[in-house]
Design a protein around this ligand. Structure first.
Ligand SMILES: Nc1ncnc2c1ncn2[C@@H]1O[C@H](COP(=O)(O)OP(=O)(O)OP(=O)(O)O)[C@@H](O)[C@H]1O
Ligand SMILES: Nc1ncnc2c1ncn2[C@@H]1O[C@H](COP(=O)(O)OP(=O)(O)OP(=O)(O)O)[C@@H](O)[C@H]1O
Ligand SMILES: [Mg+2]
Ligand SMILES: [Mg+2]
Lengths: 256, 256
């Protein structure tokens, strides 16, 4: 059975996609066969890996709305060991289309249960909301990884996120656990960053990763070339941080 | 009749709330009576103005779902001339609850049509999505103001946003126009910022505001004190930039 990790935080712009892409690619580069599922209608993870939706035809929308077999929605990326189920703009209407479906929160969980064992990890990128696409991700996942910017508004949203996680755990997916909290766009020179980081560590303790992802412009340049930062600028702080994070993440897994 | 401006961009974390709060407060400080409507379930604009949802009882949720008269959902803020219809966590479920309502995209437009003429401006903050809360905002608005970060993923989303605006204009709100594009978190030292800014200006020309909002930590510190940056640090770059922007915005309005 693959391990399924949802990357979720309803606060916008905190580094969900950047983390999903670089964890998935990082694990593939370490030799673990990985699948990335892009549940965000913006399709940033799809574009960030250089995959063009029109080329692939089938994607997440077909999986959730058209009941397509999961194996038919999987496409290769230009990274060995990493495959993707891409997003496309049809997903913008998916939340409304899902509302009237039976067991609407568990459609993704059912679909991924048919996945062959060839993937050791499945990473789910989610949109900045607590709507049906994110609920589907939380219902299908074994764990939730929460990227957190050290800013006030991002901190405000954490309590609401945890409430949603507990609701999903109670009604839809009892084994669901928090994988960890990753501090992103960290700037140690700012008091605000340190204050918020201290507050988060005070509450989540060991579940906060030791690796910090610093603010590094290379991370925001790479997607415009359809590349990860590992290829775009391997020596950059961004590449080092995400390689380090991938190793720390894997150290917590029960690996074969 | 009040002028209604929706602050919208489905890309997360681009400065929608920061712009909504500082434009609304900026106009109130210039003597124009203003109402801020917080349509984002995260309730960041509400918290950023120091308003606690429990105190106010009624808010946006009551307006959209419980058909409360609009005048009963309006509450004062600690800024003279600025009132708010606050968000609360009940809004997280609102998108699903709205789906089955008659004329579900125009509920806000109907509700705001009963607003007394005492407000010259109404500013709508929206969540990072193109769902029913944002569609309600676009249907109720006279114009849409788009905060844009000069990053690749933010640029990717612009075409999708314009498609949605045109759909709303065609089916729900024909007089809808683009008020303007505000470049936020601008860092002139980065090539990426300049490249993306050039691309946006190439397409939108005069509709891009001359005022640039630079990255300034004071803007992200202020909301943790429930204050705008005008009160928190009046001499900061952030305060100067948003005062300048408010004046530029007002120069395009037909004022009495
Ligand atoms: N550590 C970092 N340093 C600098 N820029 C970063 C970093 N991480 C992400 N970015 C950039 O910041 C922006 C927001 O990141 P990203 O899109 O990954 O966040 P998100 O949470 O997925 O956003 P959304 O809520 O819209 O899905 C992007 O333009 C991205 O390239
Ligand atoms: N010019 C700026 N300089 C520095 N920080 C900023 C600036 N503008 C906004 N911020 C901070 O960046 C973060 C994102 O801004 P904000 O929350 O206003 O964006 P948003 O588009 O409303 O996000 P969401 O998509 O989650 O609604 C916040 O923590 C905010 O305090
Ligand atoms: Mg994203
Ligand atoms: Mg916001």
């Amino acid at each position: 059975m693959s391990k399924i990790i949802a990357i979720a935080n309803q606060k916008g712009g905190v580094g969900k996609t950047t983390t999903a892409v670089h964890l998935a690619a990082g694990m593939a580069l370490e030799g673990y066969s990985t699948l990335l599922v892009d549940l965000d209608p913006q399709g940033n993870a799809t574009a960030g890996l250089g995959v063009t939706p029109s080329e692939t035809e089938t994607g997440v929308y077909d999986l959730l709305i058209n009941d397509h077999p999961v194996e038919e929605t999987i496409h290769p990326t230009n990274i060995a060991g990493l495959s993707i189920i891409p997003a496309d703009t049809r997903l913008h209407g998916a939340e409304i289309e899902l509302v009237s479906k039976i067991a609407r929160e568990r459609i993704l969980a059912e679909a991924l249960s048919n996945l062959s064992d060839k993937f050791q990890f499945v990473v789910l990128d989610t949109p900045p909301s607590l709507g049906l696409l994110t609920l589907n991700a939380m219902s299908a996942a074994n764990t939730i990884l929460v990227p957190m910017q050290c800013e006030y508004y991002a901190l405000e949203g954490l309590a609401q996120l945890m409430k949603s996680v507990n609701l999903v755990k109670k009604h839809l997916n009892p084994p669901l656990e928090i994988e960890g909290i990753l501090l992103t766009m960290y700037d140690g020179r700012l008091n605000l960053t340190k204050q918020v980081a201290d507050e988060i560590t005070g509450v989540f303790e060991k579940r906060v990763y030791r690796t910090l992802i610093v603010r590094n412009v290379r991370l925001s340049e790479a997607p415009s070339f359809g590349q990860t930062v590992y290829t775009y600028d391997p020596q950059s702080r961004g590449a080092q941080n995400y390689r380090e994070f991938t190793v720390e993440f894997l150290s917590h897994q029960q690996l074969p």
